[in-house]
Design a protein around this ligand. Structure first.
Ligand code: SF4
Length: 282
């Protein structure tokens, strides 16, 4: 029987009260609920404060280049289709440096779960504007306030073809962990955007700011209705948390005949004598 302590690794160094703590705890609860131990799952991280979870969460893990967590995860899934693969990425990492990968991962629908630690700022580099920063947000990189409108990860995911789209809040531990379980149980590309206050650098989007705005999606919402999901994703006065959209569509792995049967990583290596070809080149 796996316990929360089995997932602990090095001593945590996030700022006290950082929203990442809620995500870390919810992940451990979700893995236990799914009966997955540290040796049963791969987490791939980008660069940012979220990426430090690779030091605090004991699973198979890989901390990739900035914005490049999704391609690493895609490759891992291709060679071992039976391995649960989760990507943890920040809002800057996923939608800035990795924005192109994000769109195409949604289209591809590989059986991967993406957790976006959305603190609406670049925390690791001491608080610059990120793609999800609100218009007018003042940072050291935008002293006059952000000019652009914010990217909406949910709308992007819905329009690009993700088959599971949800939003959570790091302070809603139980709700968040349930969303993680659903996202990981979904077969296909699941996107869970998580509001994660950066208490040190984002003085606009604080715990209180979110508590005044987040509302749980009620049971009357039809998660198969994409237009209703889009409407919920577009709300800005109230911020809907829960599952917005879920669709059953064959995953990339399901559609690729080469991946049928035994995962590539478990197949015997096929040695082939290529000396004749090499001689012909001389
Ligand atoms: Fe968390 Fe912000 Fe501190 Fe990073 S800088 S650990 S996001 S509070």
């Amino acid at each position: 029987m796996v316990s929360m302590g089995d997932f602990n690794k090095l001593q945590n160094t996030w700022c006290p009260a950082c929203g990442n703590f809620g995500i870390w705890t919810a992940v451990k609860k979700a893995l236990i609920k799914l009966n997955l131990g540290p040796d049963d799952v791969l987490f791939v991280y980008g660069i940012g404060c979220h990426g430090h979870m690779s030091d605090f969460l004991k699973t198979y893990s890989f901390e990739g280049l900035h914005g490049r967590a999704l391609p690493v995860a895609a490759a891992a899934k291709m060679v071992n289709k039976d391995l649960p693969v989760v990507v943890s990425a920040g809002d800057g990492d996923c939608l800035g440096e990795g924005g192109n990968h994000f769109l195409h991962a949604c289209r591809a629908n590989q059986d991967i779960t993406l957790l976006i630690h959305d603190n609406q700022t670049y925390g690791l580099t001491t608080g610059q504007t990120s793609p999800t920063s609100l218009k007018g947000y003042k940072t050291k990189s935008t002293p006059g306030g952000v000019i652009e409108v914010p990217a909406n990860p949910l709308l992007l995911a819905l329009s690009a073809g993700a088959t599971f789209v949800a939003r959570g809040f790091s302070q809603d531990l139980l709700g968040l962990s349930e969303l993680m379980v659903k996202a990981m149980q979904h077969r296909g590309f699941s996107v869970l955007n998580i509001y994660q206050p950066c208490v040190t650098f984002n003085k606009l989007n604080t715990y209180d700011w979110f508590k005044e705005r987040v509302v749980k999606i009620d049971d009357s919402h039809n998660t198969a209705d994409k237009f209703s999901a889009i409407k919920l994703a577009m709300q800005t006065d109230k911020l809907a948390i829960g599952v917005l959209y879920e669709e059953k569509r064959p995953s990339y792995e399901d559609e690729l005949p080469q991946l049928e049967g035994t995962p590539i990583v478990k197949r015997p290596a096929a040695a082939r004598d290529i000396s004749a070809e090499l001689k012909s080149l001389q």
